[in-house]
Design a protein around this ligand. Structure first.
Ligand code: C2E
Ligand code: CA
Ligand code: CA
Length: 279
């Protein structure tokens, strides 16, 4: 028993080493990718349900790898967060999203906001406000067009520093939204303390809206609560017309999802916006 125990231990350690080595490779490759400007942003439109107008886009990062093609964020964001690489990567995302929003406006597109995902690591950094201001100034973008998507896990850590950062971001005119609303924590106390602007209703509730009465009730309740608190509600992951119709009945303000469009490169987004404008 002793013998096999030692073997098991050695095996386990080797496994861990393999994992650590793979991890290290990925970290090195991600760092290099950042240096070589291999990251790109795709943009997914957000539609106002009442008017049908495009009121915003969400910026979603991808890695355009020479070896692996277009790599989805789920494959590298967790490692970027663990290794701290999310800080320089997140800075790049913020800068690029602001630059692109400003370029679209300069090209004559009707203005719409651009939403950027922030990870907790970024939000806890003391230089976030400075990074945001720098991005806006460098891009010559008015702060009203920048929205930051925060997760509930950021908001329940209502350390004074977190609250302070949120207040300062609001003070310069940046909008805040709560991503994946309803999936994280049951505490709603943070909604009172953080002056957020928008709730993004998480995809699992939206997906089964038509077939599941409980999910429909949850979505309706979230929209009503949002409106009672003078916030906007947007449903994520809208994949078909039935769900969109149901959301309209629930008086949800905005929708985002494959039914409108998948995330796409900046030039395709511009063409999409122009194509939807009334003649
Ligand atoms: P998220 O913020 O919840 O973004 C929405 C995800 O749902 C995106 O996946 C989008 O492509 C996908 N999606 C949109 N509409 C639909 C739909 O109708 N049906 C389905 N099944 N999916 C839909 P994506 O682009 O792979 O991003 C995954 C996650 O990676 C994001 O989830 C976000 O948490 C993270 N992420 C992406 N870009 C960034 C970034 O720049 N910074 C940080 N920190 N995280 C990011
Ligand atoms: Ca998001
Ligand atoms: Ca989301």
């Amino acid at each position: 028993a002793k013998h096999s125990g030692r073997n098991a231990h050695r095996f386990f350690t080797e496994q861990m080493n393999v994992q650590a080595v793979e991890h290290m490779h990925l970290e090195t490759r991600l760092r290099r990718a950042l240096e070589r400007s291999e990251f790109v942003l795709h943009y997914q439109p957000q539609i106002d349900l009442a008017s049908g107008a495009i009121v915003g886009v969400e910026a979603l990062v991808r890695w355009q790898s020479p070896d692996h093609g277009l790599v989805a964020p789920a494959k590298f964001i967790p490692i970027a967060e663990e290794t701290g690489l999310i800080v320089p990567l997140g800075k790049w995302v913020l800068g690029e999203a602001c630059r692109q929003a400003s370029a679209w406006q300069a090209a004559g597109l009707p203005p719409f906001s651009v939403a950027v995902n922030l990870s907790g690591v970024q939000f806890r950094r003391s230089d976030l406000l400075e990074t945001v201001i720098n991005s806006l100034v460098l891009a010559d973008l008015d702060s009203q067009w920048l929205e930051l998507e925060l997760t509930e896990s950021i908001l329940i850590h209502d350390a004074e520093a977190t609250l302070d950062t949120a207040r300062r971001l609001k003070a310069i005119g940046v909008k805040l939204s709560v991503d994946d609303f309803g999936t994280g924590y049951s505490s709603l106390a943070y909604l009172k303390r953080f002056a957020v602007d928008k709730l993004k209703i998480a995809r699992p509730f939206v997906r089964d809206l038509v077939s599941n009465a409980d999910d429909a009730a949850i979505v309706r309740a979230i929209v009503q609560m949002a409106h009672a608190l003078k916030l906007r509600a947007i449903a994520e992951g809208v994949e078909d017309a039935e769900v969109a119709a149901q959301l309209r009945l629930c008086q949800c303000d905005e929708i985002q999802g494959y039914w409108i469009a998948r995330p796409m490169p900046a030039d395709a987004l511009a063409a999409f916006v122009l194509g939807r404008q009334p003649a």
